[in-house]
Design a protein around this ligand. Structure first.
Ligand code: PXL
Length: 271
């Protein structure tokens, strides 16, 4: 069969390897909407299906995708396009981590952004610990860019607390030193004060990205969409710091335009 001929230029392409979050707030759905909003052609390999439980305090019901099915998705995606920009979101189990790490090992990627989603409510704490260890050992060394949130930054930096922006800077530096990646550590609404502050550090440049907080409550999809927006900007050729700044502005606008929902959190809207 002949490949389809095309007159058009190729758009930037980005792949997200992430879980489905059925309500469209977080996960692969947020990533694909973000890619589209940022002018990037997006595709997704699903690692798990998360369905909140409205009868049980919106707890996460988590079902992993069969490892062979994950491998199949990645096989056809890399066979279909010349993919150089990948975002990793929720992986969820050590077996999934092995499968994804094996599929990525020989790929000539330009940017591999890892959003180190560590704990999902509804998972066994023991299983989550295994998953954290596997993520650290097998996925983080492949990363060129990491976007830990407040909790993930504490865990990855081995710190007991991150109370202010100086602590967040320390965490970003430690995570850079252990991974070699550019780091965008997200304070978001978790640090006290009027501003939502995130720290960028790539070994050379340290920058605190700050925007006035929009309310005091976290919004679902902000972390996923921020990481996806960074990936999209990198896919378009932006430098890491420039990508982080643009992504932060995109997220601020998305929080302003949030969708109200019956879940405990409102949902970011990708404009
Ligand atoms: O926000 C982290 C996250 C990522 N991926 C999936 C999720 C969540 C949180 O709910 O469900 C699939």
């Amino acid at each position: 069969m002949m490949a389809a001929m095309s007159q058009t230029t190729q758009p930037p392409i980005a792949l997200t390897i992430a879980g489905s979050e059925a309500t469209g707030g977080a996960g692969a759905q947020a990533d694909l909407k973000t890619f589209q909003a940022r002018g990037v052609f997006g595709l997704a390999a699903l690692t798990c299906i998360v369905s909140f439980d409205p009868k049980n305090d919106w707890n996460h019901r988590f079902v992993p995708v069969d490892p062979q099915v994950i491998a199949d998705q990645l096989e056809v995606e890399f066979a279909t396009y010349d993919i150089r920009n990948v975002k990793i979101g929720m992986l969820g189990t050590p077996v999934t981590i092995d499968t994804v790490a094996a599929a990525l090992t020989d790929q000539p990627l330009t940017n591999l952004l890892v959003d180190p989603v560590l704990i999902c409510k509804g998972q066994e704490p023991g299983a989550a610990l295994d998953t954290d260890t596997a993520l650290r050992e097998k996925i983080l060394p492949l990363a060129t860019f990491v976007t830990p949130n407040h909790f993930e930054a504490m865990t990855l930096a081995g710190m007991n607390a991150i109370d202010d922006v100086d602590d967040l800077i320390t965490a970003a530096k430690k995570i850079h030193e252990s991974s070699g990646a550019a780091v965008l550590a997200k304070g978001g609404v978790r640090l006290e004060g009027p501003d939502a502050m995130d720290v960028f550090y790539d070994g050379d440049t340290l920058e605190v990205l700050s925007a006035p907080k929009i309310g005091e409550h976290a919004v679902s999809g902000a972390g996923c969409s921020l990481a996806a927006a960074v990936t999209a900007e990198l896919a378009k050729g932006a430098a890491p710091l420039e990508a982080a700044r643009t992504a932060k502005e995109f997220i601020t606008r998305g929080i302003e335009a949030r969708v109200s929902a019956n879940t405990p959190f409102d949902v970011l809207r990708q404009l």
